[in-house]
Structure formats: C-alpha cells, structure tokens
Design a binder for this molecule. Structure first.
Ligand code: ZN
Length: 287
C-alpha cells in the first residue's frame, strides 16, 4: 500500500538514518527500485519530476502503474509516490492524480510568494492526507532544463517555511543536481547546522545525492538530513551496463535484442546501486 512520507521520515530522523528518494523514469526503473527496497527492507520514496511525469504520459498513468505494481509485486515496505520539484499547478495535479506526497518548489519565487503558495498547498495536501516538502534556496545544477547556481538557504527563511506545517524541508547547502564538478567545494555543514537550529524536529532533505562522498553523506545524516534524493547515479549505472552489453555484441546473439534481455543488465545495475545507497544511508531493515 502506498503511504505518505511523513511517518517514514519522522522515524528516520529519530533513528539517525536517511530514507532514499529514487527517481523513476519508466516501468523498468520502478520495478527495479521496488524490488531492491523490498529485498533490503528499506522504506522508499519514488520521486517523479514533472518532466518524467510527462514522459510517462501523465501523473495519472504514473499513479496507476505504481499502485498496481506495488500490489502485484507484493511489496511490504512503505512506499511513497512523491512529486519532485513540483510547480504550483503540478502539485495540485499530483494531489488529484493519487500521489501520496508532493514537493512544491517555490525557491525561485521571493520568500513572501514562496510562503504564500506553500501555505496554500500545505492545506490542500494535508486535507487529503498527503505529505508535502518545500524548498528554500536553490539547488545547483539543472533540473528539467532549469539551471540554478546552488544558492545556500537562509536559516531565517527556512524557519518561516517550517512554521507553515510542511512535513520536510529541502534547503540548499552547496549540493547540486547532476554530476558534481571536480572543483566542487563540498556540503556546507555550518549552514546545515544553522538551519537545523532554526527548524527543530523537521526532517531535512538533501537533493543531488548522486556522487556526494560517503563521509559527507553520513555527517549530513548526523546533522538532521532524513531523506536523500538520488536520480543521476541510477541513470549512469543503467547506461554503463547497457553500453557494455551492446558493445560486447550480445544484442546480436540469439534473441539478445529482446527488450527483456537488452534491458536486464541495466535494470540489474539499478538494483545493485539502490542496495549500495541503502547501505550508506542506513535505511535497510527499517521497514
Ligand atoms: Zn532536487
């Protein structure tokens, strides 16, 4: 059964581990992630960007697929279906479509407008039992074609958004989406500690979890990060495994071109990478 993400993140904060958000792109991604999390007994948040939602022909398709697959695979771990970096309109559409959690990303508005829109969506989401994440300070990199420099969040602004009743908060601390550049300066733990000081017992979300060194991940969890988003790394391992299969000519052997065979190395790689992340985040056997 799909659940909202509040309880799993409150438990993660209390238990000093982080729940993975793995973003999905299609049926294979969803199946691989669910199987990996079931095997590792980890709660999981399936992230869907607006672009991925469009690619899968709409939020209703995504909700129907995820609900049906959760049942047909006999998944017993808590699974939340979560909109990633939602617009105001996208957030409302996902609430209607049957998502169990949303992120409204109002970080590109001025703080007054971010507060106003977040407040309205908190009410709409909570009336339906749906959890909501908000964002302060842009995450660097490119998400669905929108570039951001990775502005660090203002702790006072985090407090304003936290007080609106959001269930968890994304705050920029030098993290970026996509592949980290060689000269990346690392996470800013002083800013993270200052934010934590202002928001109390509200779980924090670390976006751009792909490629952050393990010691920084663990320190971030110790300072109150309870959800870590991973998208790029699953794409990279899928692409690399598929490349190896094709370059070895395996698609030309027998019926190696059958999509169930062609995509198997990539999906196996996704499963392995999910388990690797669960081990680092400490969320295994927490479901
Ligand atoms: Zn993000």
């Amino acid at each position: 059964m799909l659940v909202n993400a509040k309880e799993m993140l409150d438990k993660a904060l209390a238990g000093h581990y982080a729940v993975p958000q793995f973003n999905i792109n299609n049926l294979e991604w969803t199946k691989s992630i669910l199987l990996a999390c079931e095997e590792a007994k980890s709660p999981v948040i399936l992230g869907v960007s607006e672009g991925a939602g469009k690619y899968m022909t709409g939020f209703k398709t995504v909700a129907a697929m995820v609900k049906a697959m959760d049942e047909s695979l006999g998944i017993t771990v808590p699974v939340a279906l979560h909109l990633d970096h939602g617009t105001y309109e996208g957030s409302k559409a996902c609430i209607e479509a049957g998502f169990t959690s949303i992120m409204f990303d109002g970080s590109h508005y001025d703080i007054a407008e971010n507060v106003e829109k977040t407040k309205e969506l908190v009410k709409i989401a909570h009336d339906k039992g749906i959890s909501i994440e908000a964002e302060v300070g842009g995450i660097g990199g490119v998400e669905d074609g929108v570039a951001s420099d990775g502005e660090k969040a203002d702790p006072a602004e985090c407090k304003m958004i936290a007080e609106l009743g959001v269930d968890f908060l994304a705050a920029g601390i030098g993290n970026i989406h996509g592949v980290y550049p060689a000269d990346w300066k690392g996470l800013d733990f002083d800013v993270l500690a200052a934010i934590k000081d202002q928001i109390g017992e509200l779980p924090l979300v670390l976006h751009g979890g792909s490629g952050i060194p393990e010691d920084q991940i663990k320190k971030a969890i110790s300072l109150g990060v309870s959800k870590i988003n991973v998208n790029t790394e699953l794409q990279l391992v899928f692409a690399a495994a598929t490349r190896t299969y094709v370059e070895a000519g395996k698609d030309k052997e027998g019926k190696g071109y059958d999509p169930r065979k062609l995509l198997k190395p990539g999906t196996d790689a996704i499963i392995a990478e999910c388990k690797n992340k669960i081990a680092i985040f400490g969320s295994g056997n927490k479901a």
